[in-house]
Design a protein around this ligand. Structure first.
Ligand code: MG
Length: 386
């Protein structure tokens, strides 16, 4: 069964404040719309994604969806209901066969989980009717204006979320029949047309970003949860020389490390760890050894680049840990100096930087004193964009 997602992003979102409509605001470095799209695009059961946009938001939309493989956007109407109707009509006319199931989703619910999406699809697939994620009410419900005049039985009341899933042809017909009316969501359009809508389990985290406080909370939530780890490993062989450079510190020795740059194997491992934590590839992607400008370059250029890249993503280093593997030279006497040098380059306290060394008990290339290996691990946190 072909399942398409139709994401409604044509509103103005005025209650949320901000300079752009709320679906184009960033939460932890990513727009709300992009977060919503990604949730469907990376869901294994969803074949295609289409977004309904406001006629004035073309540039914002292009920036938010740059590089994504999704269907061409559809221009919305005067109301959410009209926008959905336009989107459904467009899915009918895209040339490819229309979907069997359509999931209609509000862009502002950018924390929708794969489990909720799966439950909705399953609900439509098994029953051949509509399915919506919903949650029971936990607060007591009162009716009244200035005083609580009546207590309402909440046992059969639900808070409806999106995505709301439907057999495609049935919901398109329901929207045609309901055009011009003012119905609160697609389930209401379906109910008005006599299409059954079953309730599947929603998710408390699937909130709709509506007010400024929602954005603040969403950013805080992601800031505390978006902690990442990266790993780096590097080896350089010895050649004739008079000293090695490790973590930017020169250690007098009867050999040097061979390399295109200054061959600071420890700093290379650390640079790769930082790049790894932010899905930034590796040192060779950014500073190809074939490029003559990096000949004999001090490796702090690479480390500073990785740290700057992290900062540009609104990220911070939590801690780094390095292990240098060799028999010779002795690292111990230089450890404090190395930590201080890394602290300076990274702008980080030395309480978050550890440098240690080990041998391999004379086993392997390091044991035979043919070169030095280094391993590094970096933990970083991406903060919410302000
Ligand atoms: Mg290297």
């Amino acid at each position: 069964m072909r399942v398409y997602a139709l994401i409604v992003a044509a509103g103005r979102g005025e209650r949320a404040g901000g300079e752009v409509p709320k679906q184009y605001r960033q939460v932890a470095g990513k727009t709300v719309l992009r977060r919503s799209i990604d949730n469907f695009l990376y869901h294994p059961a969803v074949e295609a994604v289409c977004v309904v946009v406001h006629k004035d938001d073309g540039e914002l939309y292009d920036a938010a969806t740059n590089g994504l493989r999704i269907l061409a956007p559809v221009t919305g109407g005067d109301s959410r209901q009209a926008s959905v109707h336009n989107g459904l009509k467009a899915l009918r006319e895209i040339g490819a066969p229309p979907p069997d199931i359509v999931l209609i989703h509000d862009a502002a619910r950018c924390f929708v989980s794969p489990e909720v999406i799966s439950r909705v699809i399953e609900g439509v697939r098994t029953a051949g009717e509509g399915a919506i994620p919903a949650l029971p009410l936990s607060d007591s419900i009162k009716r009244g204006t200035t005083h609580a005049e009546e207590s309402v039985d909440r046992s059969d009341l639900w808070r409806a979320q999106t995505p709301q899933g439907f057999p495609f042809e049935a919901i398109l017909k329901a929207h045609e029949a309901g055009a011009g009316r003012s119905l609160s969501d697609d389930a209401a359009v379906a109910e008005a047309a006599g299409l059954a809508v079953r309730i599947v389990e929603g998710d408390e985290a699937n909130i709709k970003l509506t007010r400024p406080a929602d954005f603040l909370l969403a950013g805080q939530r992601l800031a505390t949860s978006d902690v990442r780890t990266g790993f780096g490993f590097d080896v350089h062989r010895f050649e004739d020389g008079d000293g090695v450079i490790l973590c930017g510190v020169t250690i007098p020795f009867e050999k040097k490390l061979k390399g295109h740059s200054d061959a600071d194997v420890a700093m290379h491992a650390l640079t790769d760890a930082l790049l790894g934590a932010t899905a930034g590839g590796d040192i060779g992607d950014h500073f190809p050894p074939s490029d003559p400008q990096w000949k004999d370059a001090p490796s702090e250029i690479f480390l500073k680049f990785a740290a700057e890249r992290l900062r540009a993503m609104n990220g911070k280093i939590i801690n780094v840990d390095l292990t240098i593997i060799c028999e010779q030279p002795r690292i111990g006497p230089y450890r404090i100096q190395m930590q201080a040098r890394l602290a300076e380059i990274l702008g980080l306290g030395t309480d978050r930087i550890n440098v240690k060394a080990t041998t391999t008990e004379r086993l392997g290339f390091a044991g035979r004193e043919e070169g030095i290996a280094a391993q590094a691990v970096a933990t970083v946190r991406l903060e919410a964009a302000s």
